[in-house]
Structures are given as structure tokens and as C-alpha cells.
Design a protein around this ligand. Sequence first.
Ligand code: CA
Ligand code: CA
Length: 442
Amino acid sequence: MFRSHRDFAAVLVPSRPLPGATALLVALLAIACTRAENAQSDASAQSAAERDPDCTPLERPSPNAPDQQPAFPAQTRACEAASNVAFEVVVLAQGLEHPWAVEALPDGDLLVTERPGRMRLVTASGDLGEPIAGLPTVDARGQGGLLDVALSPDFETDRTIYWSYAEPRDGGNGTAVARGVLSPDRRRVEQVRVIFRAMPTYDGTMHYGSRLAFAPDGMLFVTLGERSDTRMRRHAQQLDSHLGTIVRITPDGSAPPDNPFVGRENALPEIWTYGHRNIQAAAFDSDGRLWVVEHGTRGGDELNLIERGANYGWPVVAYGVEYSGQPIRGAMTQREGDEYEQPVYYWDPVIAPSGAQFYSGDAFPEWRGSLFVGSLRDQRLVRLELDDGRVTGEEHLLLDRRQRVRDVRQGPDGALYLVTDRDEGELWKIVPQSGGAGNGTP
Ligand SMILES: [Ca+2]
Ligand SMILES: [Ca+2]
């Protein structure tokens, strides 16, 4: 909606010279449009509580970037949405070294990745298996290593799994996606093949992305980081680089012919969207729409609804400030006459988001439709309520546990499964406090 004024203004700017009087009229109209836009941004400065008397904004520390203003109401600091759901946390496994992903198998057992390069099976009752053999070597320095895992949409018949990782390469490393078939005894992966390599290779240890999410039509989306260093940021705006993009590939790794930049000169055909910083959280909602949660700089973590071919702004349009506290050089929160997508929501202060899941199970009817997001920095689980493409409520859970939440996934039993990021990380199962699904404790 906030873009419509700009679209109107863009239409008013002629591409060829106009007679004097007409030009003056156009100029006056353009000023009127800008005024309307400014008035709207004044309205958006109004707090959620002022707009809605039933709203208590969620209590948060002071913002990282106190001077920035949202582009529209409800883009930040949503109303507190206390669900008062009674649940308990079952610690299913401990001693996992920096686990990065958890994925439930159809029978309720779980696959867990550990960033140094191991993937393990954990049974539904919490028995921790030996590392699964057959995975390629990873570059586990910094933020790199073995990252996400996802099941093939036909896992029950093809036993195929997909995983992302920092791949060591000549001259550096890069995010790669491989797939393999889990052996019948689930002790190894076979027929391993790398299906995608993010290019270019870079000699760094940060911002690899990379969540894997299968769309309802079977296409695989992979989120990728821009490798963090200031000189690499421009890659997020370049279509000849995978860095700072989301790619959409077939299960074999090829670019589908209906991708938005197929056939465009100097554009990589796998790219679906660009202008991203570092995305470690991605989930499809019940309508088949892809949402991602993106690491920003201080004061700029973003929730984005992914639209085919769109530019999400980084590093020229962004909320937040540098880690030093200085403004992001060359960036604005909004830009006149542009075609950059605004985030649906942003966090200031940041939460450092990793892992996302739209809840659809029976164990917690009150949470159906909620988007759960792991928080590393704030060490908690964030729950968002959404309505009509906007965030209408936010709740923070598991604060007392004081652990960095790296991933959150729903199991076939309707329980939520989380892994926590530390040297001796844990696998948690969230179940209703009494009765309900998956009540067993190991
Ligand atoms: Ca996953
Ligand atoms: Ca953005």
C-alpha cells in the first residue's frame, strides 16, 4: 500500500519534455504526492498502543537505532500477544556441538546437524545415534560448517535428504547444497551429489545463509548470505552473483525455466529474489507463500514475504545501524521512487533470527497459524501472529532457559522441536503440559 503513492508519482514523471504549463502542473502534483507520503509517515510514527486501546506493546530493551521510523503502522513493535498456553519442555538430547538444524522424519525420529560436520539420527525417545557416514567435508570455521537439512517431499518413498553446508574450495569456500539417499539402516547417505554451488567463491567465514525450504510444487528454495564483509555487500544487488539472494531450483539443482531472470543477460538463472543480507530462517505458510527472517545490522532484523523477482534492498535500503553505531553508509530505510520491497516487520533491537516454522498441528490449537522464529541473541523463541500480511501480535517464550535457539520445526506429532546453539547444545521437544500429543518423556 505504501508503494502506491510512489507508483503514482512515477507515472507522473514524463519521459519526454512537456509544454511549460503542463510541466508546472506535473511538478505541483508530484509535490502533493510527496506531502501525502510524508503525512502517512507521520501517521506511522504513532505507536501501536495509540492506534489500538487493547494493545500493550511487547516490552523490549531500547532500540538500537532510535531515530528510524517505520514505513507503515505495525511494521515494528507489535502488540504483545500472550497466548497463555501451558506447555512443557522435554530435553530430548544433550551434548550436541553447535546443532544448526532439526528435521523430523515421518516416523517421529529426528535428523540433527552439528555445525562441525556431523549429522545424527535421534530417536523419538531421545536416543542419540552415531554420526551418519558419507557426508562431504565442510569448512567449519566461523559461521560455516554443516548447516540445514531438509527431507525430500517424497521422502517416504525415495529416502532422499538435502543439506546445505560451507564447502571448502580452491581460494576460499561457498555455500553448497547436496543430496543423498539415507540407507535403510539410516547409518549412511549414499548416491551423494552436490546439486548447487553458490558463486562466487569467497575467502571468508561468515554469512552463508542457508535454510532449505521445499515449495508445495516441489521446487527447492535456498537462502544465501552476502558473506558479510563490507566490500561483498554490493553482491546482494548484483544478479550475476548468488550472494545475498534466494535461489529456486529443481530437486536436481537446475534452474526452472519460469524463474524470473532466466534468459536475462548477466543474470544467474537460479535467482528468485535479491537484496538480502543473511537469511537463516525460511518457512512456507498454509497458503503456500514463502516467508523469511533475515539478519540485519543492529536494529534491522527483517521479516519478509517473498515475491518472485523482487529486490529486498540490502545494502541500499535497510533498517538499523552498523555494529559500530554509525549509519549504514549509502543506505536509507525508504527510497523515493524505488522498487525495493519493505520488510513486513522489523525488530529494533534485533533478535538475531534463525529457524522458522508456521505452526499447523493439533497439539497446540491456540498456536495454529503462528510463525515461530528462533532467537540467538535474545535466547528465546519468538511467536508472531499474522493477519492479512501484517504482524498483529508478538510473544516471546522460553526466556528462562537462556539458550540461543538455532532452529525450530514441527514434528508429525504436532510437537515443536528446537535445537540450541552452544558447545553442548540441546534438542528440545515442546509438548502440552498435560495430555495431548507426544506426552512421553525419555
Ligand atoms: Ca531444515
Ligand atoms: Ca530489506
